[in-house]
Write a protein that binds this ligand. Structure first.
Ligand code: GLU
Length: 500
């Protein structure tokens, strides 16, 4: 029987959790969960300057929010702890020594300025800027002279000069790379920290990683990784390089295309199950037309054989569409847990609403959920439920609120609704239809101006249900005020809010 599957997500904590990283994490997690394997979280903080604690927290938070749990990791430990690379320096020391002793690594005394100068010259000659391997064959005397100058050496790995390195990729097949194109790589910086190439190889081996699934931007890194593994005598894991995520203009996804930070999607009111579903479909297909899947459904169906090497377009519209579908399926409690803090932050609700208010917000959500593509829209075009400070859209002004007869219709509606002893959907509908009849107009000519006045818009959920959710006096008050505004010509200019 094959070894149990062990995969890892190995982010560098140098910023927020990018959706591209979340995508990589998700594919590893799905692969592990589908096969009953192990998902490891390893923090690759070998960039001492750019790594931050906040970024580590953002990674934990982002993964947890998406629903990706890990079996081994810095916070929970595991058989190969520690899982944070800055705590593994002694492990790396042992491994540089092995390569130094076998002659596959050597000390390099070139300073950053000298290296940059030489790279400049290579670029000017139209050559790819690679290290010229000049410290490979320093004599003892040369080394001693550098040491005497006070230079601190880095350790470099001696790459192969000839032949090719073949990446055997589960998604892309075999990819041969010409060894002569890459110069010797630094594996230990002068600071004593490893470079990414080195720590990733050592840790993947020591942590028994069986499959390395990561973005296609890592393909060129896999060449030195394979050579390092060979130099150590490690058996390489299987590799799978996922297609890149692109913006709609087919260039690599970046902040130019909109939000790239997973947390921004959370703040917008995308549900975690949406992001898992949407990200899974970037590069993986279900094999049929079914696209709206629960995370459990994805785990069941996921495998690498339907993962494509082609880049995928991060289509925000599709993300919103999928979110709309998940909003319909979500529990009311989940939607409330997202909506309440958003409404509170927008100043539209108490931070800890009463139980009654929470029930009421739940009713608003239930009325709106078929139309909602993000929970965030409640603070935008759902504002009129929560405040009198809503705007009157141009369409509402043009079609209804600027019409001379509207003021009278609104007053008649106010009067009829005010007189209602019961504030129920049926009673409201009866009253509105009555007004239309008495005024000799079609039902629409009472319903639409009423909606325009009370909500500022021309579209929305069932008017009678919506009115019933608002306090009786609020509806009557709004109708009266808007009637006055109509008479005063307030809707001739764009953008008044109620009472302006
Ligand atoms: N630490 C690397 C990064 O954040 C990823 C390492 C890997 O997956 O091999 O890009």
């Amino acid at each position: 029987m094959a070894d149990p599957i062990r995969v890892r997500f190995a982010p560098s904590p140098t910023g927020s959790l990018h959706v591209g990283h979340a995508h990589t994490a998700l594919f590893n997690w799905l692969f592990a969960r589908h096969h009953g394997g192990t998902f490891i979280l390893r923090i690759e903080d070998t960039d001492e300057v750019r790594s931050t604690e906040e970024s580590v927290s953002a990674i934990y938070e982002g993964l947890r929010w998406l629903g990706l749990d890990w079996d081994e990791g810095p916070d929970i430990g595991g058989p190969h702890a520690p899982y944070i690379q800055s705590e593994r320096l002694d492990v790396y020391e042992e491994h540089y020594r092995k390569l130094l002793e076998s002659g596959r690594a050597y000390y390099c005394y070139c300073s950053p300025e000298e290296l940059e100068e030489r790279r400049e010259i290579m670029r000017a000659r139209g050559l790819p800027p690679r290290y010229d391997n000049r410290c490979r064959s320093l004599s003892d005397a040369q080394r001693a002279a550098f040491e005497a100058e006070g230079r601190k050496p880095a350790v470099r790995f001696r790459m192969k000069d000839h032949g090719s390195t073949v990446i055997r990729d589960l998604i892309r097949g075999d990819m041969p790379y010409d060894n002569s194109l890459i110069g010797d790589l630094i594996i230990r910086k002068t600071s004593g920290f490893p470079t990414y190439h080195f720590s990733v190889v050592v840790d993947d081996h020591l942590m028994d990683v069986t499959h390395v699934i990561r973005g296609e931007d890592h393909i060129s890194n896999t060449v030195p990784h394979l050579q390092l593994m060979e130099a150590f005598g490690f058996e390489p894991p299987r590799h799978a390089h996922l297609g890149l995520l692109m913006g709609p203009d087919r260039t690599k996804l970046s902040s130019r295309h909109g939000a790239t930070d997973l947390a921004a999607y959370r703040r917008m009111g995308m549900l975690p199950q949406t992001m898992a579903n949407f990200l899974a479909l970037l590069g993986w297909s279900t094999g049929d037309d079914e696209e709206i899947l629960s995370i459990g459904g994805i785990v069941e169906r996921f495998d690498l054989d339907r993962v494509s090497k082609a880049p995928s377009v991060f289509d925000f519209g599709k993300c919103e569409f999928i979110n709309g579908q998940h909003i319909r399926l979500a529990s009311l409690e989940q939607l409330l847990d997202i909506a309440v803090p958003m409404l509170a932050e927008a100043g539209l609700l108490e931070a800890t609403p009463s139980a009654d208010d929470r029930v009421w917000v739940g009713r608003v959500i239930d009325l709106m959920r078929d139309r909602m593509r993000t929970v965030g829209v409640l603070t935008d075009w759902g504002r009129y439920f929560f405040t009198d400070e809503y705007e009157f859209e141009e369409r509402a002004r043009e079609k209804w609120l600027r019409k001379p007869e509207t003021a009278d219709t609104l007053d008649a509606l106010a009067e009829a609704l005010e007189a209602l002893p019961d504030w129920t959907v049926e009673a409201i509908e009866g009253a509105v239809r009555n007004v239309a009849e008495q005024r000799g107009i079609g039902g629409g000519k009472a319903i639409h101006p009423c909606r325009a006045a009370v909500t500022g818009t021309t579209v929305g959920p069932s008017l009678f249900h919506l009115l019933e959710l608002l306090p009786h006096a609020t509806v009557v008050g709004r109708l009266r005020l808007v009637a006055e505004m109509c008479r005063a010509g307030a809707f001739d200019e764009p953008g008044p809010t109620l009472g302006e």
